[in-house]
Design a protein around this ligand. Sequence first.
Ligand code: ADE
Length: 233
Amino acid sequence: MQRIGIIKAMRAEAQPLIERLGLEPAPSPWPDRLAPGLWTGMCGPARIDLVWMGRDDRHGVDCIGTTAATLAAALLLSHRSPDIVISAGTAGGFIARGGAIGTVYLSRSPICFHDRRVPLPGFRESAMGESPCIDVSEMAEALGLEMGVVSTGDSLDAPRSDLDTMTRLGTHAKDMEAAAVAWMAAQFGVPMLAVKAITDLVDGPHATEAEFMEHLHTASDRLGEAVERIVAW
Ligand code: ADE
């Protein structure tokens, strides 16, 4: 039996896929005080384990970003032993690189952090992450999905230094989790893929947070549809 692990940050991003795959909430095999929640189900011969990163109860919002993503990935990898890990979520896109609201990107290797700057030998490269993901060009072609560079930081906005790094990397999808999940998957030697649906355009005329909220649900639907097809493939 193949085991596919999926990590999602916001509940709104996870819900369409939970419904499409008919996943059921499962008691999490990790301590109760840790936020991530688990949904499981079968998709054909494959077992799906979807880990939602959970709630930040102190602030009454969903957990997002690399700290919670690293925890969710570590729990998924150590408790459910997936054969592959998918970081699925929303991202900011770039008009300059052909991006549009609703575009779904499959990640190209490597997946880097765009907001870590440590100008010391060795630490510079370590901070950048540069973690591998699997080559899914054949699947992208078969499913008619685009491939793109995914890079990760812990902010929704994009200060100049981050933008410069994203220009250098050629980022198509700016997210807040993929590089953390990729790093943890690499520690476990488990293949990884990021699937990101665009909710807002980083180099567009609209405020990111307003555009993100406006398109969160439609992009999450697109994401759910794409991940369902990926899992079936
Ligand atoms: N998720 C959706 N839009 C994003 C953005 N602009 N930056 C980081 N993560 C995002």
